[in-house]
Design a protein around this ligand. Structure first.
Ligand code: NOJ
Length: 546
């Protein structure tokens, strides 16, 4: 475990989300592995992040990239052995990097031994581990999530001749959390990894654990009971470890996942993310201020997980129909870029390779209330490949250098798990770690600088936020405050230069210190504080009385 025993470590962390298969292939078989990831830990330490979120690495038929787990207590042979994982974990901890791993509680693969048993006959002792029904009519009010693939949340099992319940792909049967044996087994699985020393879990798909007739089968009180049970055990037996919720819900439905500080430590802020993109396109702060003012307070020990992109489509579930149309129109004109209710693109292409917009969005990511999570490759501005199916276009190999396979693998290019990005704008010859390391002005160097500034400013992780509402609505301005420390953040969401007058009278007498260069700006007086800003420019100022 990293040196600091601080139980609230996740509040001032910067996370890096990575898929072991995509990072570095140490044995030349075309697939990234734990030995490879371990070799790249110095890169992550130098980037300045201090927590890694690992996507699922368990044995799996890989029909949902590992979110279809066939054995919870082992490592997929393509990624290495359990010993390789342990070595990786020790090497990460040596570098003060925490490791949060994926835990898919809601469903398994249909290849999991439990499901094989469960479907083998209606009186099998494990029958009740999954959700079975003679008809496909129950729970009609539950929505379908993978609307591009699935027609129903029920699938017919020809072996035992009943239907089974699945919220995602039909090859991912849902476990039955009404069954205490399932709850116990899953805690046992979690203990297996906690005993090895992992620092926490991202719990996948938590809203869907329990089903009840006549409801949406999401966010049910019984689901919260399951979570509280897990959390109590975690606190009792493994203090200092962390649970992060994947609950793609509206703020009011998300809030209960923190409970009174007795459910999740962290939850992704799903509704904020598309609104950052929306605000940028509209050149208007409203989508962002609106959602954040609607976001309820959370207990002091809890934290929002903020992100711009991840391994899935940019989900547009938590927006209105009109907002979704606007997002599609603005960011996914080409219909191949759309998937389910979302957009399957990476950050840099979404922002049209515009360094200023990439910086602005990352600046907001790091200064809004929460813990920033960076998706691998976005720190160098990697591109995507919409020709690959499903969400695979945003999961291509990491681009380390301009050489063979972008430095990802020694294998023949045709045996890689996925082709690299090779186009002239985002291809590995143009966008890679090695070349960006050589330039102080590269995106990578800039990200490194930002991350270090973010980590040395814990106020961003735990301070309050208050929005200023200057007349110029193209400018998003807020004051982050904790104790007697205050930071003013001003973002120009517009593609053209803007002047803004801020009402800072509450801070009269203080001066502004610009945090990137350390330069002093004029003292705040009685008049509105005037700032001029270039296109997509942003400022972070410390407010000091000197
Ligand atoms: C959410 C994960 O982020 C996604 O990648 C996966 O397909 C579904 N859960 C199903 O596990």
């Amino acid at each position: 475990m990293p040196e600091t025993q601080d139980a609230l470590w996740y509040k001032n962390a910067v996370f890096y989300q990575v898929h072991v298969r995509a990072f570095y292939d140490s044995n030349g078989d075309g697939v990234g592995d734990f030995q490879g990831l371990a070799q790249k830990l110095d890169y992550l330490r130098d980037l300045g992040i201090n927590a890694i979120w690992l996507m699922p690495f368990f044995p799996s038929p890989l029909r949902d990239d590992g979110y279809d787990i066939a054995d919870y207590r082992s490592v997929h042979p393509l990624y290495g052995t359990l010993q390789d994982f342990k070595n990786f974990l020790a090497a990460a901890h040596e570098r003060q990097l925490r490791v949060v791993m994926e835990m898919v509680l809601n469903h398994t693969s249909d290849q999991h031994a439990w499901f094989q048993e469960s479907r083998s006959s209606r009186d099998n002792p494990r029958r009740n581990w999954y959700v079975w029904s003679e008809t496909d009519t129950p729970y009609r009010s539950a929505r379908i999530i993978f609307i591009d693939t699935e027609m129903s949340n029920w699938a017919w099992d020809p072996i035992s001749k009943e239907h089974y319940w699945h919220r995602f792909f039909s090859h991912q049967p849902d476990l039955n959390y009404d069954n205490p044996a399932v709850r116990e087994e899953m805690w046992d699985v979690m203990k297996f990894w906690l005993d090895m020393g992992v620092d926490g879990f991202r719990l996948d798909a938590v809203p869907y654990l329990i089903e009840r007739e006549g409801t949406s089968c999401e966010n049910l009180p019984e689901t919260h009971i399951v979570i509280k049970e897990l959390r109590a055990k975690l606190d009792r037996e493994y203090p200092g470890r962390m649970l992060l919720a994947e609950a793609n819900q509206w703020p009011a439905d998300l809030r209960p996942y923190f409970g009174t500080g007795d459910e999740f430590h962290m939850a992704f802020h799903f509704p904020l993310m598309p609104r950052m993109f929306m605000g940028l396109k509209l050149e208007d702060r409203k989508p962002i201020t609106e959602i954040l003012t609607q976001t309820p307070e959370i207990p002091a020990s809890c934290q929002w997980g903020l992100f711009l992109r991840n391994h899935d489509e940019l989900t547009l579930e938590m927006v209105t129909d009109m907002e979704r149309d606007y997002m599609y129109d603005s960011y996914a004109r080409d219909k191949t870029m759309r998937l389910n209710l979302g957009i399957r693109r990476r950050l840099a292409p979404l922002l049209e390779h515009d360094r200023r917009r990439i910086e602005l969005m990352n600046g907001m990511l790091m200064s809004l209330p929460g813990t920033p999570i960076i998706y691998y490759g976005d720190e160098i501005g990697m591109g995507d490949n919409v020709n690959l199916g499903d969400r695979n276009g945003v999961r291509t190999p990491m681009q380390w250098n301009g050489g063979w396979n972008g430095g990802f693998s020694n294998a023949d290019p045709e045996s890689l798990y996925s082709p690299l990005i090779q186009n002239p704008v985002y291809g590995y010859q143009a966008v890679n770690v090695l070349s960006q390391k050589r330039s102080e002005h590269s995106l990578l160097s800039w990200m490194q600088h930002m991350i270090s500034l973010r980590r040395s400013t814990p106020l961003f992780g735990s301070g309050s936020i208050e929005f200023l509402y200057p007349k110029n609505h193209r400018v998003l301005a807020y004051v982050r405050q904790q104790g007697d420390q205050a930071i003013l953040v001003v973002n120009n969401l517009s593609s053209s230069a803007q002047a803004v007058e801020l009402d800072l009278r509450r801070y009269k007498g203080k001066i502004l210190i610009e945090m990137f260069g350390g330069n002093l700006f004029p003292r705040i007086g009685d008049l509105p504080y005037l700032l001029t800003m270039g296109p997509y420019q942003f400022y972070w100022f410390k407010l000091r009385r000197i």
